[in-house]
Every structure is written in structure tokens, then in C-alpha cells.
Design a protein around this ligand. Sequence first.
Ligand code: ADP
Length: 392
Amino acid sequence: MALTEHQVIDALRPVIDPELHLSIVDLDMVRRVEIDGGLVAVTVALTVPGCPLRDEITRRVTAALETLDGVREVSVELTAMTPDELNAVRAKLAARAGGGRDPEAWESSAHGNGHSHAQPLGHEEGRPNPFGAGSRTRVIGISSGKGGVGKSSVTVNLAVTLTRAGHDVGLLDADVYGFSVPGMLGVDIEPRVVDDKMLPAEAHGVRCISMGFFVEEDQPVIWRGPMLHKALEQFLVDVDWGDPEFLLIDMPPGTGDVALSMAQYLPTSEVYVVTTPQPAARRVAQRSAYMAKKINLPLRGVIENMSWLVAPDGSHQPIFGEGGGAQLASELGVPLLGQIPLDPALRVGGDEGRPICATDPESATAQAFSRVAEALVARGRSRFFHPDLTLG
Ligand code: ADP
């Protein structure tokens, strides 16, 4: 049976624009479809002519069309949208920014229901907080008591694992002591500003914003509380996150200012603590846990990292001791979501921007992340809604 234009459009429907995170068909980017036997030629209109993601769009379109029966060859031509067409895209983005939420919760938060933190943020244009009460997004803060326990590695691999499991995931790097997330995730194209909205960078399907994108490399920056608070506000409000299911936040070790801001801006955040197996690390992690509790961010679980090294004979070598994660979890009265092995391949993947969960999903380490991700999903959203919190 001859291929129809209708089939071609249907095959292109799942193709997502890598920057705008909507279907290229819904964005009216598909212009011309020509079918000549097994040859299919399509023209796709981009939002900007020099779009850095031209190759990626071509790859996605070609891959989608090659799955159709009877297609022998695909040719993709790229063109640019006219100003009117761009306006139509902006209208679609604006509609999406307001959609996808529980309208009643949104309404009550906008009018103040006794939870002042759930009201729109006090931004000049009065933009609403996309992660306020009523948002569908589960905001997951990943914390640790001290640096070097693998918090960023865990956050990045968890984000990739959740994405691979079909979830829609945003990742905010707020670890002001070292912005390692873009490097570990392999982000090589920085976020772009379209009109007054910033489009997050994307790698391995994870949308990512790092405060590190906005500071000079190797320049020491002292982030004081109010500055951090403002930066976090901007990254929540001025970035087109697109209503993800999960927003993972790589928090600075020790908690403190970022936790305070999260408590205010992200009233539904949940915090998970990464620790290593030795008792000393547990005590440090405990401090960060108590801090989270003090400002009423619900602490919901522990993840143990560097739990063991797998020896050539397959045995588990507990290089950093044993039992720290389970003990901390029991002291805090929360579950231990899982244990991640000490794996040289994980470190190499982080250094090269090729997270192990993306490059080797069958490995024992990636499987351990899958179990943590499953436990996180199964844990469900926190019912805990902390009382008003006023920051001076
Ligand atoms: P943190 O965010 O807690 O400071 P990082 O994620 O930056 O920690 O990790 C510190 C170093 O340890 C990095 O070089 C990272 O690749 C490495 N690392 C983290 N977790 C593991 C692991 N499970 N196996 C091997 N190396 C790891």
C-alpha cells in the first residue's frame, strides 16, 4: 500500500523539538511532505535559522520516518519560521506554561489560602511560580552532609534513569560550591534565551539549568544568602521548564541558604540524603538531615553511595565500611532507597559527560540506580505540606 502524507505526519508526531520540548507537529514545524515511492522528503521550519540543534532535529526526524513501512530514503530540508509563525509558537508556549495544573489549587494559591509561600513569586512581572502548590512536579532535593560523597553523580544518574524509565525530568544544579552537573551530564550547548524566557540545556533527555552557566569559569563566586535566593527564584520562574514530572535539585552540601529558599519557593519539595557507608560520614549526613527537618523540608529517604567495589571474582568489597546508610535511615525513620556500588566506570562517565546510566544501562551500577529510581517513584509525593515560613 502506498505511503500517505497522513502516515508521515503521524510518524512525526512523537518527534520532540529538543529545545521547546513539544512535538514538532504540534508546533507546526513540518512544512512540506513529498512522497515518491520509497523516498520521503520533508521540510521542517526552525525557530531560528542558525539553530544549534539542526543536526539533532534532522536525526530525530530521519529516525522517526525510517520506522515507517516502505520508506527507503528520507531527506530533510530545514528552513526558518517567519515572524508571524514565531508568534504562534510563543502563544503555544505561553498556553503550556499556564496549563497542566490543578486549576483549583492554582486558583487558591494565587488568592492566598493561608500559605503565603504558595503565592506567585514577587517577580516584577508577577509571573507565577510554576512549582507552587498545585504543580504536578515532584521537587526532589538531593543533599549531603559534606562534599565528595557523590551527590552530584547520584543526582545526574538518577535524572537519566528516571528519564529512561519514561518520566519527564528537569535538573537544577544549585550546588554553588562547584557546578559539576553540566559536565557530568554532558551538556555542551548552553541554555538559550527566547524573548524573556530561558530554555534549559538538554542532554540525555534531561533538561538542565546550572547556576554555573552564569558565572565565569574558575572565578571564585561568593554566593551570599540573598543572592542565592534571587538566583533560585529566577531559575524557577524565568526558565521554561515545561511542567516536568520531576525536578531534581543538586543542593550544596550541608544545606543552609538553598534549603531555606527551597522551603519558601518550593513548598512541596522532598529531600533525600546521600551518604557513604562509614559511620563518620553518617554523622555528617545526619547534620544536613536535621537542618532539613528544622526548616520543615520533609526528609524522605537515604541513598548510600560507594557501598562496595565488585572484585574480579564477583564478591563485594566494602572499601568504605558497611551499614552507614541503613543506620542513618533507621535513625531518621525513613527508608534506605538503595545502595550504589563504587564503580570506576561511573567516575569515568562523569568525567567525560557520559553518565553510566545512559551509556551502560545494563551494568550492575545502572541497575542499582534503577532500583533507587523505582523506590523514589513508589514512595509517591509527600503529603506533608509545611506551615507558613517567613524569611527575614
Ligand atoms: P559531590 O557532589 O558529593 O561533591 P561528586 O558527585 O562530585 O560528589 O563525586 C566526587 C567524585 O567521586 C567524582 O570524581 C565522582 O566521579 C566520584 N564518584 C562518585 N560516586 C562514585 C561511585 N559510586 N563510584 C566511583 N566514583 C564515584
